[in-house]
Design a protein around this ligand. Sequence first.
Ligand SMILES: [Zn+2]
Length: 76
Amino acid sequence: MLKATYICDICGAKRKEANHWFSARLGYARGTPSSVTFQRWEDSDEHDSHLCGQECVHKMLDKWMSEPTSSPAQSS
Ligand SMILES: [Zn+2]
């Protein structure tokens, strides 16, 4: 059975056996991504995002942090 070919969401690199990849999952609150979780790659995991290494993890984190929240939290 062929394994799926994974492509890095940030730079477009293809995953090879030797790569040290990470996966990321976003947590949503009120429709906006409120949290992001990075994990070491496991083929069996579900992945929201595929990241080919440390550099792309940083890029995704930067992107997530710079995204504006569409509706500012109002607790009153
Ligand atoms: Zn990459």
